[in-house]
Design a protein around this ligand. Structure first.
Ligand code: DOR
Ligand code: ZN
Ligand code: ZN
Length: 411
């Protein structure tokens, strides 16, 4: 089979180490098949699923179940994190045997029922995970600070979603990043900060790196694309945890995170929910129960290519953060994150000049397609996706077979 890439750019397969594929248990939102179909269509060759499913991925058996479901239906290659809660510290070695990509701790409450460990338990988890050689990533928001401001804002009758970035303030993120870096310095654990949303948190990551802590970090296209003005324009649709920040924090995220290199990886935090859960019919209702998160697998490559087109980062700097570095950070390199010459290469062909606008929902491959990127215009798109030598997406059609995707072996 010959793919004509003339006039386009061939890059190593894009690696997205942060998606919520929702299977097992929340298939009404998304499943492995639909998430990896969206990945293929978005130019993404490897995805890593988050553990806040039902059941949560907190035991060897649940991780095995997640892998089995992926083997049965994925279009692209995949992996999964296992969660560490206050209840499964003793299981860490056994979970590791099953072969997760790494571990995740949710600090404070999040979508799903995941009891956060306390500080002592986090230190213990870091020691145990250090012994596995794997990395521990965080949903890095201090839950006590968030609960405090949420209660206060509710009592004051302040408006959600407009004030979302202040009811989940930057201090909650920055404090958690600094505390986890301090813990890692003490324990020697390798740690990662998922979805860094603010310049202040990126600065904290940079300080940790300067002190020699093995801390890596990720941000998402939505924090780089939008400022909190999007809450006034699109309301609950753009609600996400951590929130989209004000212009000062956004600009600082670009300066410190991208220009000064505190941020290693780009990932989506692809988090599908139904339109009813997102309260799309009442986007500005003063509700506190509109759910957080939105899809991103089919807009991440276009958003990053648009930044490249605008001269905000080079093509090489983009590919490094969206393929090579994530593969290195999580131990998948050079299996993933590099173009190997031969039949088993993963690569993505992009048209960096294609101008297009995303309609508001409907034309994406996920089960639920609510996203604040609806109505946004891009310069650039993935036009073909190749996983281990097989074309899984070409010119608008997902042509690979469900079940072709396989677990990336990291042991
Ligand atoms: O906005 C979010 N949605 N943040 C998270 O941490 C979880 C995610 C989800 O699972 O929907
Ligand atoms: Zn998270
Ligand atoms: Zn997430």
């Amino acid at each position: 089979r010959v793919l004509d890439a003339e006039g386009n750019v061939l890059v190593p397969g894009i690696v997205d180490c942060h998606i919520h594929n929702r299977e097992p248990g929340l298939e009404y939102k998304e499943d492995w098949e639909s998430a990896t179909r969206a990945a293929a269509a978005g130019g993404v060759t490897t995805v890593v699923g988050m553990p806040n499913t039902d059941p949560v991925i907190d035991s060897p058996a649940n991780l095995e179940l997640k892998f089995e479901r992926g083997e049965a239906s994925a279009h692209v290659d995949f992996q999964s994190y296992a969660v560490v809660t206050s209840e499964n510290l003793d299981l860490i070695p056994d979970i590791d045997e099953v072969g997760p990509l790494g571990f995740k701790v949710f600090l404070g409450s999040t979508v799903g029922d995941v009891p956060p460990p306390n500080d002592g338990e986090i230190l213990e988890a870091m020691e145990k995970i250090r012994e596995t050689g794997k990395r521990l990533g965080f949903h890095e928001e201090n839950g006590e600070i968030i609960d405090h401001y949420t209660e206060r804002f509710k009592a004051e009758g302040r408006n959600e979603p407009i004030d979302h970035s202040r009811s989940r303030p930057v201090i909650a993120e920055r404090e958690a990043v600094e505390r986890m870096i301090t813990f890692a310095e003490e324990t020697g654990a390798r740690i990662h900060m998922f979805h860094v949303s603010s310049g202040s948190a990126a600065e904290a990551v940079g300080r940790g790196k300067n002190r020699g802590v093995d801390v890596t970090a990720e941000t998402t296209p939505h924090y780089l694309w939008f400022t909190e003005d999007v809450m006034r324009e699109k309301g609950n649709v753009a609600r996400v945890q951590p929130p989209i920040r004000d212009a000062a924090e956004h600009d600082r995220l670009w300066e410190v995170g991208i220009d000064d290199d505190a941020i290693d990886c780009i990932a989506t935090d692809h988090a599908p929910h139904t339109p009813a859960e997102k309260k799309v019919d009442d986007p500005f209702g003063n509700t506190w129960d509109a759910i957080s998160g939105f899809v991103g697998l089919e807009t991440e490559v276009p958003a990053m290519l648009t930044f490249v087109d605008q001269g905000r980062l080079s093509l090489e700097e983009w590919v490094r953060r969206h393929s090579t570095r994530p593969a290195q950070v999580w131990g998948m390199y050079p299996q993933k994150g590099s173009v190997q010459v031969g039949t088993d290469a993963d690569f993505t062909i992009v048209d960096p000049n294609l101008e297009w606008t995303l309609e508001d929902r409907g034309e994406l491959h996920s089960k639920n397609c609510v996203t604040p990127f609806g109505g946004e215009s891009f310069t650039g798109k993935a036009i073909a996706t190749v996983v281990r030598g097989q074309v899984v997406y070409e010119d608008g059609d997902v042509i690979g077979e469900s079940g072709y995707g396989t677990r990336v072996d990291v042991d």
